[in-house]
Write a protein of this length. Sequence first.
Length: 186
Amino acid sequence: MNNLQLEIEAVIFASDQSISIEEIQQILASYTESTIEYDIVQEAINTIEKKYADNSMPVELTKLNKGYQFLTKNKFHSVINQLQAHRAKKKLSQAALETLAIIAYRQPITKLEIEQIRGVNCDYTIQKLLEKELISISGKADSVGKPLLYSSSPLFMDYFGINSIAELPQLKDIDKPENEIGDISE
């Protein structure tokens, strides 16, 4: 395998989005200080495509949006989804979990109501939960200023393995005698 093909493969692999042949040519030209013909790059890409078409490879070179990108093959999507779900679950801070719980149990709810319950500003946490698509904007309240209303999203349901909000544990299910302080007779 020639060095040019390996360099093209590395550039495509390192790109976080599809990369066109023209972009590859520009990168190689600035790296090698010489012009690489379009046909040579296309030929190298064809060879790389054939290499990754083999069933023993978990990724394939896919043409997307007039460019190329390495993507996992369809048969591995379920395991990759588990990875994404696992990583997204791990990255929730305590503040995010508290805010998410408030939204799940009190939805639809405004930011002000969340902040009154938590006692702190929730701008950052709400933004992160929106980015992770665990909550969504479900409308506007009829109160002064028409503040946004937040609700849990379908992705929230997927992550927590429930079909509806009614399946969330109720406080009476969580309240246990060992969680109480003092004697009952007091």
